[in-house]
Write a protein that binds this ligand. Structure first.
Ligand SMILES: Cc1cc2nc3c(=O)[nH]c(=O)nc-3n(C[C@H](O)[C@H](O)[C@H](O)COP(=O)(O)OP(=O)(O)OC[C@H]3O[C@@H](n4cnc5c(N)ncnc54)[C@H](O)[C@@H]3O)c2cc1C
Length: 323
C-alpha cells in the first residue's frame, strides 16, 4: 500500500495549516471505522499543563487500522497532522493548533500475551503498570505514575528510576508516513537518551509490544509504591506541569535542575507560571498561567543558565501550535 506521505511526527511549532479542512474531508474522516471527529476541539483539557487553545479538528482513532486510515486520508489531501498522546510532554500555544490534531488516548487496549503486553499507543502508562502487576510481569514498574501514554513514552524513550522504554520495547505496529501499518522490531542500540527511532523516521507508534519477565507480585507492587512515594516527595503532581522541562546533559557536569537551582531561579515567577520551589527542572502552572507565561519562564531560565553557567540546556518539552 502506498500513497502520498502525510507530514507526521515531532511537534511542528507552526503546526499544520487549516487549508483543505473542508466539509468533504471532515465527512471522509467521519466515515472511517473506529474514528471519532470533533471540530474546534479544546486542547487544554488534553494536556497536563491545562493550557492551550483549540485545534481546528480533533481526530480520535481507537484502533491501529483506524489510525492508519486517517494518515492515508490526510496524506491524500496533502493535509499535515499533529499527534497528541496524553499531552504530558507538550506546551500547547494559547492560539491552539491550525489543522488536524490526531489524539491517541482512545487507542488504548491492553492485551496480555504470555510475557508480553500488546498495548494501544494511547494507553495510560499507570494503567499498563497495573495490568503488568496483575499478570505477575516485571519490567514496567517505572510506568506507574508516569503521566503520559505508552506511545508518547516510546516516542520520548521515557525514563525513570533507572529504567527506560528502550529496555522493554522490542516490537510493535507503526504507521508510516504513507499510512501503512507495519510490524517493527527494535534493539536497545536503536535508542539513545530521550531518543527513539520514531523521532528519526516520523512513524507513529500504533501498538507497542512490551517484553517483560515473570516477577513476584509483592516485589513489583513494592517497587511501584516506592516510585509513587518518590514522586509525591518531589511534589510532582501538586500543580499542572510537563514534568522536567530541560534534558540533562553529562557535559554539564550536573543535572539541569541543579544548574537552575544554582542560578537562584527556584520560585521565579511570571503571572501564574513558576519554576517549582520543590523541583527546579519543573515549571508549573499555579492555576491561571497562559502558555505564553509558561514559555516566557522557560526561555528566561534557559537564557539565565546559559549566561551564568555557559550551558545551553535543550528543552525536553515540545512547543506545539501557535503562541
Ligand atoms: C508530572 C510529570 C512527571 C513526568 N515524569 C517523567 C519521567 O520521570 N520521565 C520521563 O521520561 N518523562 C516524564 N514526564 C514527561 C512525560 O510524561 C513523558 O515524556 C510521556 O511519556 C509523554 O507521553 P504523552 O503521551 O503525554 O506524550 P505527548 O505529550 O502527547 O507527546 C509528546 C511527543 O510525542 C509524540 N507522540 C505521542 N504519541 C506518539 C505516538 N504514538 N507515536 C509517535 N509520536 C507520538 C507527540 O507528537 C509529541 O511530539 C513527566 C510529565 C509530567 C507531567
Amino acid at each position: 500500500m502506498t500513497g502520498p506521505a502525510a507530514v507526521i511526527g515531532p511537534a511542528a511549532e507552526t503546526g499544520p495549516t487549516a487549508e483543505g479542512l473542508g466539509a468533504e474531508l471532515v465527512d471522509s474522516l467521519r466515515s472511517v471505522a473506529h474514528v471519532r471527529v470533533e471540530r474546534d476541539l479544546p486542547l487544554a483539557p488534553l494536556s497536563t499543563y491545562r493550557v492551550g487553545g483549540p485545534a481546528d479538528l480533533g481526530v480520535f482513532p481507537s484502533t491501529p487500522e483506524g489510525l492508519a486510515a486517517v494518515v492515508r486520508l490526510l496524506g491524500a489531501q496533502g493535509q499535515a497532522l499533529q499527534v497528541l498522546g496524553r499531552g504530558s510532554n507538550v506546551l500547547i500555544g494559547d492560539k491552539g493548533v491550525r489543522g488536524v490534531v490526531v489524539v491517541l488516548r482512545e487507542l488504548a487496549g491492553v492485551e496480555v500475551r504470555g510475557e508480553r503486553l500488546a498495548v494501544g499507543a494511547g494507553a495510560d502508562c499507570t494503567d499498563v503498570a497495573a495490568v503488568a502487576l496483575s499478570a505477575g510481569l516485571t519490567g514496567v514498574e517505572f510506568f506507574h505514575w508516569l503521566p503520559g501514554s505508552v506511545g508518547g513514552a516510546a516516542f520520548m524513550n521515557a525514563r525513570a528510576f533507572d529504567q527506560e522504554v528502550s529496555q522493554i520495547w522490542r516490537s510493535g505496529l507503526v504507521v508510516t508516513g504513507a499510512g501503512e501499518l507495519v510490524q517493527r522490531r527494535y534493539a536497545p542500540d536503536d535508542f539513545a537518551y530521550k531518543r527513539s527511532p520514531l523521532q528519526d523516521t516520523g512513524e507513529l507508534a500504533a501498538q507497542v509490544e512490551l517484553h517483560l519477565t515473570p516477577g513476584a507480585p509483592d516485589k513489583i507492587r513494592a517497587t511501584m509504591e516506592h516510585n509513587e512515594q518518590k514522586r509525591r516527595d518531589n511534589r510532582e503532581m501538586d500543580h499542572p506541569s510537563c514534568g522536567c522541562v530541560f534534558k540533562n546533559d553529562r557535559a554539564f557536569g550536573a543535572p539541569s535542575g541543579l544548574l537552575v537551582d544554582q542560578c537562584g531561579l527556584k520560585g521565579y515567577r511570571r503571572g501564574d507560571a513558576q519554576v517549582s520551589p520543590h523541583h527546579a527542572n519543573f515549571v508549573i502552572n499555579l492555576g491561571e498561567a497562559t502558555a505564553a507565561d509558561l514559555r516566557a519562564v522557560i526561555e528566561h531560565v534557559q537564557r539565565t543558565v546559559q549566561t551564568e553557567m555557559g550551558h545551553r540546556m535543550e528543552p525536553e518539552v515540545r512547543f506545539v501550535g501557535e503562541f
